[in-house]
Design a protein around this ligand. Structure first.
Ligand code: UD2
Ligand code: MN
Length: 270
């Protein structure tokens, strides 16, 4: 496929006011997909094998909105891609970064993905020129979120949506497994990247616009004050705490038309 897909349209209309049904979404965007939320272009060979990893628990409405907008955009970007929803089993403390590690490991078992996009379930891109592919360095995609007045909240901000090649991900030993509850894990990932001598790529602030679905803080994902304290230790912990020592138990893998659902026990403290 060409380097610059010709079917991109630029700015997208994104609206969360209408509630959606799964069957409607499957009808509207499911046609070109194979089970598991898999797609590859038919008329050309895609240059990008991309796994989209979504850390998840109990956000059904958000997932519907995201998939409704994301699938058509990824098809237009002519990616060879699959969408993986990594569901934290049980009611224990949530752990976004560990779920993303699990998503990396499980997706890599299924297919020869070269690029991994890690995305919050509530962030919908507002411009399809924001390419969901990988670059020479780790890329932060959600640079202009409405919640932050379409600006970076701070210059080392790495939350939301990011893209790393398999090699970049393994170079930083993946993400930390030990950030339970809300906060800090995105800053830890940023530091891992910098400490390993890489720099961050970003789209411009027009292409990188996102709409965040408004929500309250979830139960069992309360701010954890220990997380910000851990950030001073990243350089010491990063090669011990990551994809190399990841452990978890897969409880179920289910293939929906729109996504692969992986329910996982990540041994959360209760
Ligand atoms: C910010 C960051 C996010 C992460 C988080 C701190 C933005 C836009 N995002 O998100 O990347 O660094 O702070 O941990 O700044 N989730 C569930 N179910 C739950 C809890 C979380 O599915 O019960 C997932 C979901 O994909 C969600 C993500 O975890 O989008 C982050 O949690 P959040 O949306 O509650 O946190 P938020 O918006 O402050
Ligand atoms: Mn959020």
């Amino acid at each position: 496929c060409p380097d610059n897909p010709s079917s991109l349209v630029g700015p997208l209309k994104v609206d969360f006011h209408r509630s959606r049904t799964w069957s409607n979404i499957r009808k509207e965007v499911g046609a070109p997909l194979q089970d598991g939320g898999r797609y590859m272009p038919r008329d050309c060979l895609s240059q990008h094998k991309v796994a989209i990893i979504i850390p998840y628990r109990n956000r059904h409405e958000h997932l519907k909105h995201l998939l409704f907008y994301l699938h058509p955009m990824l098809v237009r970007q002519q990616l060879d891609y699959g969408i993986y929803v990594i569901n934290q089993d049980g009611e224990g403390v949530f752990n976004r970064a560990k779920l993303m590690n699990v998503g990396f490991a499980e997706a890599a078992k299924e297919y020869d993905y070269e690029c991994f996009i890690f995305s919050d379930v509530d962030l919908v891109p507002m411009d399809d020129r924001n390419l969901y592919r990988c670059f020479e360095g780790p890329r932060h995609l959600s640079v202009a979120i409405d919640k932050f007045n379409f600006k970076l909240p701070y210059s080392s901000y790495f939350g939301g949506v990011s893209a790393l090649t398999k090699e970049q991900f393994l170079t930083i030993n993946g993400f930390p497994n030990t950030y339970w509850g809300w906060g800090g894990e995105d800053d830890d990932i940023y530091q891992r990247i910098i400490f390993h001598g890489m720099s961050i790529f970003r789209p411009d602030h027009i292409t990188g616009k996102y709409k965040m679905i408004q929500h309250q803080r979830d139960k069992h994902n309360e701010v954890n004050p220990k997380n910000s304290e851990k950030l001073t230790q990243t350089h010491l912990s990063m090669d011990k705490d990551g994809i190399k020592n990841l452990n978890y138990t897969v409880k179920e893998i289910a293939k929906d038309r729109l996504y692969t659902f992986i329910n996982v026990d990540i041994h959360a403290p209760v």
